[in-house]
Design a protein. Structure first.
Length: 259
């Protein structure tokens, strides 16, 4: 392969108050990269997300961008289904890119490059598909519009986005009670589903990340409607939403095409 992501489950979170602000400290994605697959792949909901993402990608010889590629979970599944596809992984974390590069080092169809969802290092109209899994909820409120424009920019006319993430049903400011309740219920709901499936470590990880979700510290969950609005504004259309059961966990896939 040629070589040129997100902390969701840190080992240690410290929550403290100072001047009415909540501070939550976390380890980096670089430190988490080596354990990411082991922890997430024990969770059946995560595995279902990978499977359903791949089901939305049809062109066997497509040029695909895996945006926020992490350790390559989506890329690996795509290669099994589409042996002629060419895939470019993009991630800001050097640790994630290193694991990705090692995983696919013998495959000339794969490259990984440093970049972010708001500054994608690729030319215009370069890709048939942009796929992304559990990455774009790390994009801040003020950068979502730029992210949507970048996704539309790198897609060919008629190219498709397949974006899976953990979504809320309630939009609102950080301290809005309804938004906080929805964020808590969906995150704890996912943790309970993981626990029932025997994914103990993943369940604990979700409970550790809960303060970050509630306080919007690196975790900026929002609604499908908000992302769809921004993507439509950027020139995307033909929206289709795929819900990943159990629906109370809030996992959904947004499918759209560039006009």
């Amino acid at each position: 392969m040629r070589t040129g992501s997100p902390p969701a489950v840190p080992d240690t979170i410290v929550v403290s108050r100072h001047d009415e602000r909540i501070r939550v400290d976390r380890i980096s994605w670089d430190e988490f990269a080596e354990r990411y697959d082991r922890q997430f792949l024990e969770d059946p909901l995560y595995r279902d997300c990978l499977r359903l993402i791949v089901e939305q990608v049809e062109a066997s010889d497509a040029h695909i961008m895996d945006l926020g590629c992490g350790t390559g979970g989506v890329t690996g599944q795509l290669l099994r289904k589409l042996p002629e596809a060419v895939i470019t992984g993009v991630d800001p974390s050097s640790g994630m890119r290193e694991v990705y590069a090692q995983r696919f080092e013998a495959d000339p169809r794969i490259e990984v490059i440093e970049g972010s969802a708001v500054e994608i290092p690729a030319p215009d109209a370069a890709f048939d598909y942009v796929v992304s899994n559990l990455a774009l909820h790390h994009v801040t409120h003020e950068h979502r519009e730029a992210c949507a424009r970048e996704i539309a920019r790198v897609l060919k006319p008629g190219g498709k986005l397949v974006y899976c993430d953990h979504f809320l049903d309630v939009e609102g400011p950080t301290r809005d009670k309804a938004r906080c309740r929805d964020a808590i219920e969906k995150t704890v709901g996912w943790a309970l589903c993981s626990l029932e499936a025997g994914a103990y470590d993943h369940a604990l990880g979700l409970l550790r990340v809960l303060p970050l979700v509630v306080t919007e510290n690196g975790e900026y969950l929002t609604t499908v409607e908000e992302w769809s609005r921004l993507l439509a504004q950027a020139g995307m259309g033909d929206f289709r939403i795929v819900e990943v059961p159990p629906t109370e966990c809030g996992m959904k896939i947004v499918c759209a095409a560039r006009a």
